[in-house]
Design a protein. Structure first.
Length: 407
């Protein structure tokens, strides 16, 4: 029996743009997470960027988890970026705590989005400060709600599983407001045109702002440069702003466009990340710095650092600061915390962390969660992620020196 030339689930070139035989022109191939509320926007941006550079475009759709972050750590990313496409579009990188899968590079951000406070009517005062005391606010886990409600004790969070249910609850008046992923709000409005349009304003706390980047492996840095040049061109003509506008997503290309892009060289090994400018662009650059730091051993995995970030946000941040900069508790990152002179070992710090923290509720977290928080501290102090899990018992006696290496 002859095998059908069938497209697998989510595999196969979904779209081809441009005229003439495809073989005749260079092709930019991108993977797009069909579960992302930004999928349609990303497809249009990729098309316009490719066309502006004289390229054709191939799109592979795949099913991630919508929010991107964590959806394609390491292995699954390799499958996508190794074989199916050159660039994985629409990956959100936390502007406060950037984490990228190991061995993965990112383009300059092409847009910025984040979590917003959605309400039925526009508010006079800023975000949560404008909501009447005693109100219930819808949240999802990703918004790190504890960070906000610590500062607004008069408001009551209610956790929702899905953004859609939460948005409906605001629309019908069940909730005063909801902390929601901005693109989800835009998509919801698009999908339900009859529904009341909600007002929204950006949340200003930690983990609220995200940069959208395209991810790639080192072998696709030429494709990444083509994409970046395309974005800069779209920015120049005002087309980028038009493409982003329906999603109320901000342009992140302002800074990028102001900087000259390197000429496209087929074998340019270095991605543009390293040359990023100020602000959130620098935040992305910081991700790659620790990995090149050299001698520091890799004693935790990226997945651990990721879950450690969530646990840190829930259990530690309101004393130690969302960026580990210190608040009522001391800083847990930087020269003041782990200088060479302080002579800390990982075991010393882990002992304090596991036996005495969170202050007031020592020992209250599961062992693997303590190990994950330690992984996050290591990541933030310049230690690379690797294949070895940081184990609770081993961390207690670890003699690895803990010395901050800044980006
Ligand atoms: C209620 C506030 C509070 C919370 C919550 C809290 N800490 Fe602390 N933490 C402190 C204070 C205060 C100190 C300083 C204690 C001391 O020096 O005796 C401290 C000290 C530390 C130290 C030692 C720092 C050093 O330089 O010696 C580490 C590590 C630490 N905390 C980690 C954590 C982690 C991780 C969490 C979350 C699991 C956490 N803390 C939660 C208040 C807090």
């Amino acid at each position: 029996m002859r095998k059908r030339h069938a497209a697998g689930i989510g595999i196969g070139l979904a779209l081809m743009f441009g005229t003439g035989p495809v073989e005749a022109r260079a092709l930019l191939t991108v993977c797009i997470d069909r579960a992302s509320p930004l999928a349609a926007m990303d497809a249009r941006i990729a098309q316009a960027a490719a066309v502006s550079q004289g390229y054709g475009l191939g799109i592979e759709y795949f099913d991630g988890q919508g929010l991107g972050d964590g959806a394609f750590a390491s292995d699954s990313f390799r499958k996508l970026a190794g074989g199916l496409c050159q660039l994985v579009l629409g990956f959100p990188v936390d502007a406060d705590a950037p984490l990228l899968p190991d061995g993965v590079e990112a383009t300059r951000p092409y847009a910025q989005t984040g979590f917003v406070l959605a309400t039925r009517k526009p508010q006079a005062a800023g975000a949560l400060a404008g909501v009447p005391v005693g109100s219930t606010i819808g949240v999802i886990f990703e918004t790190a709600p504890n960070l906000y409600f610590h500062d607004h004790p008069g408001l009551q969070p209610r956790v929702y599983r899905s953004s859609a249910a939460m948005i409906d609850a605001v629309a019908n008046g069940t909730l005063a407001a909801a902390m929601v992923w901005q693109p989800s709000l835009a998509l919801h409005g698009e999908a339900h045109p009859g529904l009341r349009t909600l007002a929204f304003q950006p949340l200003d706390g930690a983990h609220a702002r995200w940069n959208l980047v395209a991810l790639h492996g080192a072998e696709s840095s030429a494709a990444a440069a083509v994409f970046e040049h395309g974005i800069a061109a779209l920015h120049g003509t005002g087309q980028l702003a038009q493409l982003l506008a329906p999603y109320a997503v901000d342009q992140a290309a302002d800074q990028a466009a102001a900087k000259p892009l390197p000429a496209i060289r087929p074998a340019s090994g270095k991605a543009a990340v390293g040359q990023a400018g100020p602000g959130h662009l620098l935040a992305v650059a910081a991700v790659t710095a620790p990995r090149t730091a050299g001698k520091r051993p890799a004693i935790y995995t990226l997945e651990q650092a990721r879950s450690g970030l969530m646990s840190y946000a829930m259990n530690c941040a309101f004393c130690h600061g969302a960026g580990l900069e210190g608040r009522t508790g001391p800083a847990l990152k930087g020269e003041k915390f782990a200088s060479a002179a302080a002579n800390f070992l990982v075991g010393d710090i882990f002992f304090v962390l596991a036996m005495q923290m969170p202050a007031g509720k020592p020992g209250s977290l599961p062992k693997d969660e303590y190990a994950a928080v330690m992984a996050y501290l290591l990541q933030q102090n310049g230690y690379p992620a690797g294949k070895t899990l940081l184990d609770y018992e081993q961390a207690l006696v670890s003699e690895v020196p803990l010395i901050y290496s800044g980006p």
